[in-house]
Write a protein that binds this ligand. Structure first.
Ligand SMILES: Cc1ncc(COP(=O)(O)O)c(C=O)c1O
Length: 363
């Protein structure tokens, strides 16, 4: 097909769209055993699962009851309040598709934040309004309140990626009340297991416009299976079921998710989270002692954000040494910032040694 014909047929709203620069797209391939992947907030742990092949000839359930009931029990909600999808990313997409009219409606985001809210909206020709976070990365309630009646979905990430900050309970309550009659307020809790902050799951009954996003990609160390959850009022879940694919989860994904959500699986996750949080505080302390580095935001999730003058030179040095971290400097108010996902003890040490060597060589 000629480039001219593609250009003629392509939806106009996609012409200038840049795809999401996922960590894996930026550094394709490479052997996990050789490189220290510390750029996608994945878990460094690998856990074993068994696979029963007897049902692989059959299409799976759209919403496998075993996965739904296990996740509902884990998060303290009912199965009717639970939807499972191909990662939390698909949850974001379903919310936009179900609740925004293309070419007409908008969502609200609070940057710097997770990039997929905006990309997902743009792929469906839905507008993206912005109420940037304040200098201390708290919500700017005055700015947010300007959008009441002008947006259909508000995305709030807590703990926020990439600032690592929790959104205060009182602030979120204000947002939920501001939009009570006009928009869904989606609280993205992809990193909830790493923070001391309570989940909003217990508040679903109190706020009918509250939606919560969760994932098995982070604390559960299962980014590779693509499994996420949307928790909301049953009426909202029913609408999302109208737009979800008939078979969003592959059978092996279902089997692995059920094992991960067993009592034993949840206990293992909790002990891995404890270890990662210990490593995070150690790395935070070590980096904090380096004069060239300023820690930015907080560490409520599984990563550390830092600012340094020579961020490009350090990035290049780390890549040359097989250590991949994430450049966040294009994000609003995050000039010269790099984000480090907490790796294994060995990877964290390797990273710290490399940073120390980089500064030692500079003299
Ligand atoms: C805040 C946030 N939400 C959602 C996701 C996507 O999660 P999933 O892997 O379940 O699609 C990520 C992934 O990095 C994230 O950082």
């Amino acid at each position: 097909m000629s480039a001219d014909l593609i250009a003629k047929l392509l939806s106009p709203h996609l012409k200038s769209l840049q795809p999401y620069e996922s960590a894996r797209r930026l550094f394709k391939g490479g052997k996990a055993s050789e490189q220290a992947w510390m750029n996608a907030n994945e878990s460094p742990f690998t856990n074993d699962y068994s696979l029963d092949c007897d049902t692989l000839n059959r299409y799976p359930d759209c919403q496998p009851p075993a996965v739904i009931s296990a996740y509902a029990a884990y998060s303290g909600v009912t199965p009717e309040q639970t939807l499972v999808s191909r990662g939390a990313d698909e949850g974001i997409e379903l919310l936009i598709r179900a609740f925004c009219e293309a070419g007409q409606d908008s969502v609200l985001i609070c940057p710097p934040t997770y990039g997929m809210y905006a990309i997902s909206a743009k792929t469906f020709n839905v507008g993206v309004e912005q109420a940037p976070l304040k200098a201390d990365f708290s919500l700017d309630i005055d700015a947010i309140s300007q959008y009441v009646g002008k947006v259909n979905v508000v995305f709030i990430c807590s703990p926020n990626n990439p600032t690592g900050t929790d959104v205060g309970k009182a602030q979120l309550q204000q947002v939920l009340e501001l939009f009570a009659d006009s928009a869904l307020v989606v609280v993205d809790e992809a990193y909830i297991e790493f923070t001391q902050q309570q989940s909003w799951a217990a508040e679903l009954a109190s706020y009918p416009n509250l939606v919560i996003l969760r994932t098995l990609s982070k604390a559960f160390a299962l980014a590779g299976i693509r499994c996420g959850f949307t928790l909301a009022a049953p009426e909202i879940i029913q609408e999302l079921l109208k737009v979800i694919a008939p078979y969003p989860l592959a059978e092996p994904v279902i089997q692995i998710a059920v094992q991960a959500l067993s009592d034993e699986g949840v206990k293992r996750t909790q002990s891995q989270v404890t270890l990662l949080n210990q490593q995070k505080h150690w790395l935070q302390q070590q980096l904090g002692e380096m004069p060239a580095i300023t820690l930015v935001g907080d560490t409520a999730a599984n990563f550390v954000l830092m600012r340094l003058d020579d961020k490009q030179a350090l990035m290049d040095y780390l890549v040359a040494n097989g250590i991949l971290i994430r450049d966040q400097s294009k994000q609003l108010n995050l000039a010269n910032c790099l984000r480090i996902s907490i790796g294994s003890e060995q990877q964290n040490l390797r990273l710290l040694n490399a940073i120390q060597q980089f500064y030692a060589q500079k003299g």
